[in-house]
Design a protein around this ligand. Sequence first.
Ligand SMILES: [Zn+2]
Length: 392
Amino acid sequence: MHNLFSLSLNFEMLFEKINGQEDVKKRLIQTVQDSRISHAQLFLGPEGNGKLALAIAYAQYINCKNKKNGDACGICPSCIKFNKLEHPDLHFIFPVAKTAEVKDKPSSKLFLNGWREFLLENNAYISLTGWYKKIGIENKQALIYTEDCNDIIRTLGYKSYESEYKVMIIWMVEKLYHAAAPKILKILEEPPEKTLFLLVAENQHQIINTILSRTQIVKIPKISDEAMKSALKQQEGISDAEIRRITTQSDGNFSKALQMIQHGEEEKDSFEEFRNWMRLCYAFKIVEINAFVSSIAKIGREKQKLFLQRAAGTLRKSILINYKLKELARIDDMEKDFMQKFHPFMNPQNGHEIGKEINDAIFHIERNANPSLVFMDLSLKLSALMHRGKAN
Ligand SMILES: [Zn+2]
């Protein structure tokens, strides 16, 4: 696992740990120092800009028993509970749906463990699609239901347990079920004393007007390229070229940047496996080939297909090298070394046949053929074809 993800075990949502957004941080800190914390605020801005992280940091700062120099202390009893997202006066409401586990009346509290885990894993840089994936509803829509609106009223009816402020964070408030919204209008307008609503949203025009008009909007821009670069520099094992590429493509969205890093890791692992498999085929190590086949037979059809598609891509590039069309092949460092050894066994004839065999295998995987048979058959054919390539 990449260091980035193991880091998240030490969740510390302090202002200083949040990427960029210095102006927003200053303004938020100022509201606390001037004792003019508005009771219903809407943190509004594009995906992955850190608005949820800022909302949590703000709540932690407000409730910290030992504030210092414009940040929470991170170690007082209140901060320690915030670090685990288990403070009794920190409440989360977020979109949910019926799932395999929650078959009836979905509400945030039924998903709370998964939610905490999801936030801790991603340092609160999350996306709606990531959340859908986490709870296994990729083809469904999630909403904030009446059930949760009732919970908001119930929860805020009690006195705060131990802190200065009771904080209710509502993530993606644009997903609030319209018919449920009227329930919380009154409490949003006149909350009990020392209650703070922090609504978090991406699309202002999708938020119900009666909700919108009761909040003070805090606009939060995307993360600047400078801040993104310095955030990526702190991660281990990412080259300068990668940092530039991810900065450009993520466009100020740190949630997307995290996905790109993770995806890069997966690609590397997949490539390693492919390289190993090719070596086994060429050396015709039948016992090891057998072991490879039984392990890949277990990973599921989608992943098998992806593995073969990547393999076909790498092989295509090897053929291009043989055609001396180096400029056509975009080859990264990882592939370069492998190809220098591999491409002597490839020529236009067997290259074409190898490509055809892999495509046939993809075709069979898609049509539910037995993956063990498909991969064993393919291994033997590739082995024979590589040897023929060498002979030519
Ligand atoms: Zn503290």
